[in-house]
Design a protein around this ligand. Structure first.
Ligand code: GLP
Length: 234
């Protein structure tokens, strides 16, 4: 399902209403994402009376080589944008410790197996990545160590002082883990996402565009603005 919204504020509201519906239906585990696209959604949650203290969250990904206290880490992002005000019973993110990254991938798969996701939030990379699943990641992949694409490093360098500071590796849920979620919301805003969205919705299902795997999922809602939908055939 594709829902066109005027801007991120309206997109956040649409997603917030969908979240409330899922909570009423008994959702207990949320899959969360970082990036700028879900920010208005998190803001609405912070300002709401929703209570997550009996729920579990699992995040898509984390950089390798940054501690959870590093302001650039995804753990820090989630604390600031959601968890400080809306704590969950438990919030899992992959632990991006350089020395134990490989073991952490197996550990995180166990966590995901024990906590099936009811609603997964996603953004999308310019190259169609979801989580940090870069082009050519197999659709049956589980949590794995990722070498980030140069284009992703460049896109994410806007959050860092200089490009050399952007980590080159991350731990990410795999595409199979993402598709295991019962329902999925994907946010996409701006022209830079237009090509990826056109391929995601109406292009061939191909590992060269990770988000096209979502065509194989029965319950995906894409919330996007006119710019992100501009290359989509009506
Ligand atoms: C990063 C994250 C993704 C996110 C993407 C888009 O690479 N790992 O999970 O979806 O950026 O970010 P933004 O929403 O800021 O465009």
């Amino acid at each position: 399902k594709v829902i066109e919204v005027a801007n991120q504020i309206e997109g956040g509201q649409v997603a917030f209403d969908l979240l409330k519906e899922k909570l009423e239906q008994g959702a207990k585990t949320l899959g969360l994402a970082t990036g700028s696209s879900p920010l208005e959604f998190y803001k609405l949650i912070r300002e709401s009376d929703l209570d997550f203290s009996d729920m579990v969250s699992v995040n898509l990904d984390e950089y390798v080589g940054l501690t959870g206290e590093d302001p650039q880490s995804y753990r820090y992002f989630m604390q600031e944008n959601l968890f400080n005000e809306k704590p969950f019973k438990v919030s899992y993110l992959p632990k991006g410790n350089e020395d134990t990254a490989e073991e952490e991938t197996a550990h995180y798969n166990e966590i995901l197996a024990q906590n099936p996701v009811d609603l997964q939030i996603l953004g999308i990379g310019r190259n169609g990545h979801i989580g940090f699943n870069e082009p050519e990641t197999p659709f049956d992949s589980q949590t794995h160590l990722v070498h980030l694409d140069q284009s992703t490093i460049e896109a994410n360098s806007r959050f860092f002082e200089k490009i050399e500071d952007v980590p080159t590796q991350a731990i990410s849920m795999g595409i199979k883990n993402i598709l295991d979620a019962k329902s999925i919301i994907l946010f996409a805003y701006g022209e830079s996402k237009a090509e990826a969205i056109a391929g995601t919705v109406s292009g061939p299902v191909t590992e060269s565009l990770p988000a096209s795997s979502l065509q194989n999922h029965p319950d995906v809602t894409i919330i996007a603005d006119a710019e992100a939908l501009s290359l989509l055939e009506k």
